[in-house]
Design a protein around this ligand. Structure first.
Ligand code: SF4
Ligand code: SF4
Length: 390
C-alpha cells in the first residue's frame, strides 16, 4: 500500500516508520529540508521507552519529501498535522488524491474529519486516536512511549464491508510493524475518551504554565480538570455517545498522568514557547461548539477556550522579561545525568546562553545574558534544566 504521511512531525514520523516496517511503501511529507535530508540519508531512528530507564532502539529506512508534486497518487494519506493546519495540508495534498485514495486522520481532538470531508467522500475517510507519545530528539531521531493495552484505534465515517476491510488492513500494517492497533465500530467512544484526556490537561497546563505531573498534584487544578471533563461527558451524552466518568478516572486518567507527567502538553508548548496557533478549537473548543448546537451549557470549557484564544491573539504583546535596567540575575542548573544533548534549549534560548559541548551535554556559556524566560526549562524533553531567580 502506497501511503503518504502528511505533516510528519515526531508522531507522524513514528507512525510512518511502523507502517513501513509493516510492509507499506511510505513517504513522510515533512516541512523542513533539514529533516528530509536526515531521514533520507540516515533513516528514522526510534527509541521506544518501556520505562524511564530502559529503551529499545531501531532504525527504519524511510523516504521523505518536502515537495509532493512528483509523488503520484497514493492509496492512502495519513494526516498528522495540527488541527489549525489541516485545511492547508489537504490543499497541498490534493495532487496525491485519486478516485480510490483513502484518508486516515489520527490527529488530536474533534473537527478534522469535517475539514477532510471537503476533499474526499465520507466513505473513504477513517479517523481514530493514539495511546502513544513521541518527541523528536534531533532530526530523524525520535523518543517514543506506548500506553494502555492498545496503541491505535481506527474507525470509519461510513461503516460497511469495504471500510472494515481497509481499516483492518491498515491496522494490520501497524501490527506487523510492531505496535498494537484495532479497527472498531465504536470509534467515537475511544476518540471521546482521548478527548477527555486532552481536555483535562492540555490547555489548562498552558494557562498555568505547569507540566502535566506538576499540575496534577494541585487539588485546584484537578477540580478545574474534572469540571471540564464532566461538562464534556454531558455534551457527549447529548449527542449519543455514552461515556463513563468512573471508567475515565480509573482507566484513562492514570494513562494521561503517565504520558504527560514529565512534559508540557503540546498546547502548553504552543502557548509558551513556539507561540503558534493551538488546537483549542479541536479540544475544549469542540466541546463548546457541540454543546452550543446540542443546547448543553459549557461555561468552563468556553472560558478556557476564550482565555487560550486571547493568548493566541496577543503573543506579540505579552509580558516578556527585559534585560535593561536592574534586571534580576538567574541561576541555571543543568542536570548532566539527564541531558541527552538534543539541543532544544540552545535553539529556543533567545539570548544564546547555552551551548552543547563536545561530550553532547548542554552547558551554560553566558549566564549574564539570561533573562529568565524559562524557554530552556520548558522545552527540555528530559526536564534537565531548572531556572531560578537569585
Ligand atoms: S538540557 Fe535538555 S533541552 Fe538541553 S540539550 Fe540537554 S536534554 Fe536537550
Ligand atoms: S531562561 Fe531563557 S534566556 Fe535564560 S537560558 Fe533559559 S532560554 Fe535562555
Amino acid at each position: 500500500m502506497k501511503i503518504a504521511v502528511i505533516g510528519a512531525g515526531s508522531m507522524g514520523c513514528m507512525l510512518g516508520g511502523y507502517l513501513q516496517l509493516g510492509g507499506a511503501d511510505v513517504t513522510l511529507v515533512v516541512r523542513r529540508k533539514e529533516l528530509m535530508d536526515a531521514l533520507n540519508e540516515k533513516g528514522l531512528t526510534v527509541r521506544m521507552y518501556e520505562d524511564e530507564d530502559s529503551a529499545s532502539s531501531l532504525n527504519i529506512p524511510v523516504k521523505a519529501a518536502v515537495d509532493v508534486k512528483d509523488l503520484g497518487v497514493m492509496d492512502a494519506l495519513l494526516v498528522m498535522v495540527k488541527g489549525p493546519d489541516t485545511k492547508a495540508a489537504m490543499d497541498s495534498a490534493k495532487i496525491l488524491i485519486g478516485d480510490n485514495t483513502k484518508v486516515v486522520t489520527l490527529q488530536n481532538g474533534i473537527g478534522n474529519v469535517d475539514i477532510i470531508k471537503g476533499y474526499v467522500p465520507e466513505d473513504r475517510i477513517y479517523y481514530g486516536c493514539l495511546n502513544m507519545s513521541a518527541t523528536m530528539d534531533s532530526p530523524g531521531t525520535i523518543s517514543g512511549g506506548l500506553f494502555g493495552s492498545n496503541n491505535i484505534f481506527i474507525g470509519s465515517v461510513t461503516r460497511g464491508k469495504e471500510q472494515k476491510e481497509f481499516g483492518e488492513g491498515f491496522c494490520e500494517l501497524f501490527r506487523k510493524g510492531g505496535i498494537t492497533a484495532t479497527y472498531t465500530d465504536d470509534i467515537d467512544r475511544e476518540v471521546w475518551y482521548k478527548l477527555l484526556m486532552n481536555i483535562a490537561v492540555n490547555a489548562s497546563c498552558g494557562l498555568v504554565r505547569l507540566r502535566g505531573g506538576e499540575a496534577g498534584e494541585d487539588p485546584q487544578f484537578m477540580l478545574l480538570a474534572m469540571d471540564m471533563v464532566k461538562e464534556a461527558i454531558t455534551v457527549a451524552h447529548a449527542i449519543g455517545i455514552e461515556l463513563d466518568l468512573g471508567y475515565f478516572m480509573a482507566e484513562i486518567l492514570p494513562t494521561a498522568r503517565k504520558s504527560s507527567g514529565k512534559h508540557y502538553p503540546s498546547m502548553a508548548h504552543d502557548m509558551m514557547i513556539s507561540k503558534t496557533k493551538t488546537e483549542i478549537d479541536f479540544i475544549n473548543g469542540a466541546v463548546e461548539r457541540l454543546g452550543a448546537s446540542a443546547g448543553v451549557p459549557t461555561p468552563v470549557n468556553t472560558t478556557i477556550s476564550r482565555l487560550v484564544r486571547v493568548i493566541e491573539n496577543n503573543y506579540q504583546r505579552q509580558y516578556f522579561p527585559k534585560t535593561k535596567g536592574n534586571a534580576p540575575s538567574f541561576t541555571i542548573t543543568i542536570n548532566e545525568k539527564f541531558c541527552k544533548g538534543c539541543g532544544y534549549c540552545v535553539r529556543y534560548c533567545p539570548k544564546n546562553v547555552i551551548i552543547i559541548e563536545e561530550n553532547d551535554k548542554a552547558v551554560v556559556k553566558d549566564l549574564g545574558g539570561c533573562i529568565g524566560c524559562l524557554n530552556c526549562a520548558t522545552i527540555c524533553p528530559e526536564a534537565a534544566i531548572t531556572v531560578s531567580k537569585e
